[in-house]
Design a protein around this ligand. Sequence first.
Ligand SMILES: Cc1cc2nc3c(=O)[nH]c(=O)nc-3n(C[C@H](O)[C@H](O)[C@H](O)COP(=O)(O)OP(=O)(O)OC[C@H]3O[C@@H](n4cnc5c(N)ncnc54)[C@H](O)[C@@H]3O)c2cc1C
Length: 401
Amino acid sequence: MFKADFDLIIVGGGMVGASLACALKNSDLKIAIIETFPASSTQQPSYDDRGIALSYGSQRIFESIGLWSQLTCHSTVITDIHVSDRGHFGVSRLSAQTENVPALGQVITARSMGIVLNKALEKQKNIEFICPAKVVDLQQYPDHVAVTLDNQREISAQLIVAADGVNSTIKHLLGLGSLEHNYNQTAITANITPERAHNGRAFERFTDSGPIALLPMSDNRCSLVWTVQTGDETAILSLSEQDFLSRLQDRFGYRLGKLLKVGQRNAYPLKLMQADQAIQHRIVLIGNAAHSLHPIAGQGFNLGLRDVAALADVLIDHNGDCGDARLLHDYKDWRLQDQDNVINNTNTLVTLFSNDNPVLGHLRGVGLTLVDALPVAKHWLAQKSMGLDKKQPRLARGVKL
Ligand SMILES: Cc1cc2nc3c(=O)[nH]c(=O)nc-3n(C[C@H](O)[C@H](O)[C@H](O)COP(=O)(O)OP(=O)(O)OC[C@H]3O[C@@H](n4cnc5c(N)ncnc54)[C@H](O)[C@@H]3O)c2cc1C
């Protein structure tokens, strides 16, 4: 039998790929990670200044991986979530106290997460971090797979994990199709300092032009994700600080008092993408390479981290060949329902709430009021947003691999 260079090659050392390597760092698997940009590079697309809301389920996974104590130094607790609809009645409030959990989630910048994940991978004897290097070609053989890098190096493994983001090179080289929906929306992100203390509250406010999320961060800052119609972002990004804040204030309202300061602004075009197939011969797609979501519900990375936990779970029990077809099918069958549910729920939210139809507006108000009034509905929603409602892999149950 061909002796491959590695058991596993992870293509993409962004948040999802690096998390998988961290989850497997104490295993007997020989792993390579290939990443185009060093974590410190300003071009690194995964580790920028956007605030990532980690669900309580993701916190548990990082606790089992042994990284939570490092991540928590950089994170801010979400104790309450307040959901409202601009210009319509009805609000919904979720609270950690009511759910009997220490937090509904935590907010951390992608940059801080990159620092923690990359540090954890330093000096791991079983992991080779190949960076900067880009995968440019792929070959599949019956008993192994191989990739060619842009420096002409060729390396082989039993399994390739594509964690190379929404424009995945591996997906492209395999000729895989995908379901895609362009929302014609762009997310503007920035850190905002409001007049009043956020006290751990996260706000999601739906408006006729798209949702606005403000997530609690350190020093009473809030991480903003402001969704606008594509085309409007250029004018909004070029507004003066004062004009930007007053435009945002008009859309968000005064729940946090006057909005006082805004940091650097960035824009991300938004689309839904789900790869037609998550597995192929000796290849598996995870994270944004498999599914990319609208950030409306802050679920993209949380979903990708559940891919990581489930894949690590099946890999740790491998029978000597971690590219074995049965293992990949087990992984795919386990993950499909969660992925489909999150994609459908997120898509429904975007469609339902990015709409100025008065009938839908009324229904949204009724829905939000009902959720607020019914403890069972609230509990269901909170469990979903914490990522606790599925069959849980070992890492999510607090079991170390
Ligand atoms: C505005 C915004 C807000 C968000 N907020 C949240 C939130 O609150 N909560 C949440 O859970 N999610 C959130 N998300 C989603 C989250 O950012 C993504 O789900 C996450 O970044 C996906 O990580 P990934 O590692 O799969 O992909 P990426 O972050 O895209 O990383 C892919 C990596 O692969 C590398 N790469 C690409 N091609 C190659 C190649 N050929 N060779 C080698 N390396 C390669 C890239 O350099 C990159 O490092 C948000 C997204 C946006 C846009």
